[in-house]
Design a protein around this ligand. Sequence first.
Ligand code: ATP
Ligand code: MG
Length: 435
Amino acid sequence: MFTHSRRNLTWWFTLSMGSILLMFSGVVYYQRVAYQLEAVDRLLYKKARVIAASIEYEETAADFEPINLDKAPLLGNTPPPADTEVFYARWYQPTGQLSHFFGPSPPEQLEQGPAFQTLQWPTDNASNSLSFGSAVTYAPLQLRQITLPVHHQEQVIGYLQMATPMTPVQESLRQTLMGFAITVPITLGVIGLTGWGLSGLAMWPIRKSYQQLQQFTADASHELRTPLATILSNAQVGLLAPGDRTAEKHQRLEKIVTATQSMNKLVSQLLLLARHSDSLNTQTLQTVDLNSLIKNLLESEPICTAAQAITLSATLPDAPVWVEAEPDLLHQAIANVLSNACKYTLEGGWVKISLSKGARSAWIQVADSGIGIPAADLPHIFERFYRVDKQRSKATGGLGLGLAIAQQIVQAHGGDIYVSSELGQGTCFQVELPY
Ligand code: ATP
Ligand code: MG
């Protein structure tokens, strides 16, 4: 129970901290992208300004070309430096007509777009007209492009378009992502471990007070057994004693015996619940054959008595089915489920018990054609002292502890109990026990 809650706490802690971590990483990554892009744009703009500043403009006759790009880096006569980061540079006339270029052959007409753009190279229309030789295929390249209108005395004299590869930026972002891919899982692992430790700390006082409560119940139940046994034996001796056997006195003694017997049952069941609240001590476990355990159970006196007015049948495999268990406790758990099936099945009805082997667990199924359990009560029937119909259970003498004990025993063995029921049709309990 506590391990389950601790695991839940750890899981939710890791999930919430993990989400915060992922959100934080996302924001950091986004900021890094924005910062790197801004740096590229700034550099591109600076380079474009240098080229633009070296363009000479002469106002001459209308039919004479007024722009002189001779001294402009990349576009002019001087050969471009070998280590230039500029992928292409283009000069367009104010009409948008291509005039000069450096790099792969550009479109003849200026394509209007935003001042800064991220493009893929080769573009669909450019890939057909690559000037670097058609036999070579190029991996798509991300480019950052600037289109800068160049002015002279507030008049546009042309457009300078330049682009630089984004490879260094992409490489840096790839490294950032790689860093996240390594650090995020490690941090999540550390968060998980921290969560496990913290939830252990948080559970400690709860576990301690629960154990104290269990200890108290166990001690009180144990201490009550002796006086109860004394009362019972005295009342039974009183019933047997010769002498004054007036009906009233006899009746009173019988009432004392009945009340003490039911208190005895309650006390033993509370003791059982208190003693086996955690998982079992592995040293007390034995290898138990479920097949013979069920056969013995079917032959036991309480079940035979309970099944008198109904048809009780069993489907058991030929071979033994071994599980690690405490045989007496397991016997008690299955007996509780089976006696319920007999108790809550009307005369003439049937109860079937079967045993089967699964991949990892053995399954015991107890089905009956009894009165069934309303859907609203199903989630509660394993609670202590819970009875569906108080009137009905009073008549059958139930305390509402049988299923709570069965569930606790089965869970202490690492298994679980599942129930499905239809009101007026019958109920089916399935007990899962790991090998
Ligand atoms: P106790 O077992 O302590 O003598 P109980 O049988 O009333 O008393 P549980 O065995 O815990 O208590 O069962 C809880 C309730 O679930 C029962 O009161 C009964 O209403 C319902 N129940 C359990 N098994 C069946 C079943 N096979 N068919 C119909 N109702 C059932
Ligand atoms: Mg019961």
